[in-house]
Design a protein around this ligand. Structure first.
Ligand SMILES: Nc1nc2c(ncn2[C@@H]2O[C@H](COP(=O)(O)OP(=O)(O)O)[C@@H](O)[C@H]2O)c(=O)[nH]1
Ligand SMILES: [Mg+2]
Length: 281
């Protein structure tokens, strides 16, 4: 079995589905770094996401929740073919792996066939210990936000470090030497929600989830890790936004990525760039 595929890893509500839809649109453009190699099997789902976006809305949850999994077949400049495996179980599957420390055969196969991981983290939804303090009775700290539905009750640093350790363990990869494979691209999704002026995505991760940032930096080889900002939509969209920018300019002109050494001053519209980096040898 070829093992150089990409596995997408992320929690529910982190923007995976919208990114898949936007990426599919970009992959069909002539000037993007990667191309789609054949029609994906779950075209209907992607079509629904893009159709809603063309009307300035995000597709209703019924669409997203009926997704099972998605495989995007892509090809790079050197005519190498890869598959991006997009598990679409509203993220719950990951939490089962997390709580039971084991995984189904189907997942094992996906893990074994992927030596590149695309980790999607929506920092605005990741709770850390100080956020939990806010929720204690009689707390006197000013209230911040309501607990997102995705919260596992764990500090997000601990959650992600533990999750990566479980995945490494299940992949039989040790960390006594720095990890070269799997190569990892971390996408900080919904980057437009963050206060990230004049700093790089790496700085943002270090500030919000310092333990996770240092776990990644100390265990992965420098050339096997990169941290990007991603805003697949460029803004917050609801099922009834009817957003004029999307309607007038098209979904293909919305959304951007921030490369690892760049800031919000350098938005790049080519959403395929992090994946291109992952696929380069
Ligand atoms: N601000 C902002 N919100 C986004 C973006 N992408 C997705 N969202 C929001 O996040 C919600 C969940 O996205 P979705 O792709 O369904 O997440 P999934 O559960 O990981 O597949 C959407 O309904 C949007 O409201 C983005 O680029 N920026
Ligand atoms: Mg989804």
């Amino acid at each position: 079995m070829p093992n150089n595929n990409v596995l997408v890893i992320g929690r529910a509500n982190s923007g995976k589905t919208q990114f898949a839809g936007q990426l599919y649109g970009r992959l069909q453009e002539t000037d993007s770094a990667l191309k789609i190699s054949k029609t994906p099997a779950n075209l209907e789902m992607l079509g629904e996401v893009l159709e809603a976006l063309s009307q300035g809305n995000v597709a209703g949850h019924t669409v997203a929740e009926t997704w099972d999994s998605l495989e995007l077949p892509i090809v790079n400049d050197n005519n190498h073919e890869f598959i991006i495996n997009w598990p679409e179980y509203a993220g719950e599957q990951w939490d089962t792996i997390f709580s039971t420390r084991s995984m189904s055969e189907q997942w094992k196969e996906q893990l074994e066939s992927s030596n590149r991981w695309l980790i999607i983290i929506r920092l605005a939804e990741e709770l850390t210990y100080p956020d939990f303090l806010d929720k204690l009775p009689n707390n006197t700290r000013p209230k911040k936000q309501d607990e997102p539905a995705t919260s596992s009750g764990w500090d997000a640093n601990a959650y992600w470090v533990e999750k990566l350790q479980i995945l490494l363990h299940l992949s039989k990869i040790g960390t006594s030497k720095k990890v070269k494979q799997p190569k990892i691209a971390v996408l900080l999704s919904c980057y437009d929600e963050l206060d990230a002026d004049e700093v790089t995505p790496n700085n943002v991760l270090e500030k919000r989830l310092p333990l996770l940032a240092s776990f990644l930096l100390s265990n992965w080889e420098k050339n096997s890790l990169s941290i990007w900002g991603l805003s697949a939509l460029g803004k917050d969209l609801k099922p009834d936004s009817n957003d004029d920018d999307f309607i007038d300019e098209g979904a293909e002109n919305q959304g951007w990525v921030i490369a690892p050494n760049e800031t919000l001053n350098n938005k790049d519209a080519d959403l395929t760039l992090p994946i291109k980096w992952l696929l380069d040898d």
